[in-house]
Design a protein around this ligand. Structure first.
Ligand code: CMP
Length: 136
C-alpha cells in the first residue's frame, strides 16, 4: 500500500550562505522526494522562537532562535512515499559528527547548530510545520 506524505525541510542559514540549496534539492529529488513548494525567506527571532517552541525549555533554545533568524533560509514542502522518515534518513543525525556517510548533515553540516537542514520528526509535526510557513 502506498503511503504518500508531505514533510517540511528547512535549509538553514549556513547552507544557504554557502550556496548549497541546489545541491541539497538534488539529493531530495534523487531520493524520490518531490519539491511541492519552496521559498527563500528571512524570519525574525520571534518567528524562530514560535517555530521552535517545542524546544523552549532546552538550554540551546535562545542560540537556536538567534541562529535560524540570522540569515536567509529556504523552506520546502517535500512529498513522497514515507516522506517524513525518508527525509530524516537523508538528513542524518542531528550532530554532523554522528551522521551516517552520505547524509546531508555528514556532507555539509558544520556543527550541531550549523547542521544545514531541519526536517519534521513526525507526520503530526510535519502538518504543523508546513502550516507555519505555507498557507495551504
Ligand atoms: P533541528 O533538527 O533543526 O532541531 C532543533 C535544533 O537544535 C537541532 O536541529 C540542532 O541544530 C539544534 N541543537 C543545538 N544543540 C542541540 C542539542 N544539544 N541537541 C539537539 N539539538 C540541538
Amino acid at each position: 500500500m502506498s503511503n504518500v506524505e508531505q514533510t517540511l525541510s528547512i535549509i538553514k542559514p549556513d547552507a544557504v550562505e554557502r550556496n548549497l540549496t541546489e545541491e541539497i534539492k538534488i539529493i531530495f529529488k534523487k531520493n524520490n522526494l518531490q519539491i511541492k513548494n519552496h521559498k527563500k525567506i528571512h524570519i525574525t527571532k520571534e518567528e524562530a522562537a514560535e517555530f521552535y517552541k517545542i524546544h523552549q525549555s532546552k538550554p540551546f533554545y535562545n542560540d537556536l532562535c538567534n541562529y535560524l533568524s540570522s540569515g536567509p533560509i529556504v523552506v520546502i514542502i517535500l512529498e513522497g512515499e514515507d516522506a517524513v522518515l525518508k527525509n530524516r534518513k537523508i538528513m542524518g543525525a542531528t550532530d554532523p559528527n554522528n551522521a551516517a556517510e552520505n547524509t546531508i548533515r555528514k556532507l555539509y553540516g558544520i556543527s550541531i547548530d550549523k547542521n544545514s537542514v531541519h526536517g519534521s520528526d513526525s507526520l503530526e509535526n510535519a502538518k504543523k510545520e508546513i502550516g507555519f510557513f505555507f498557507n495551504n
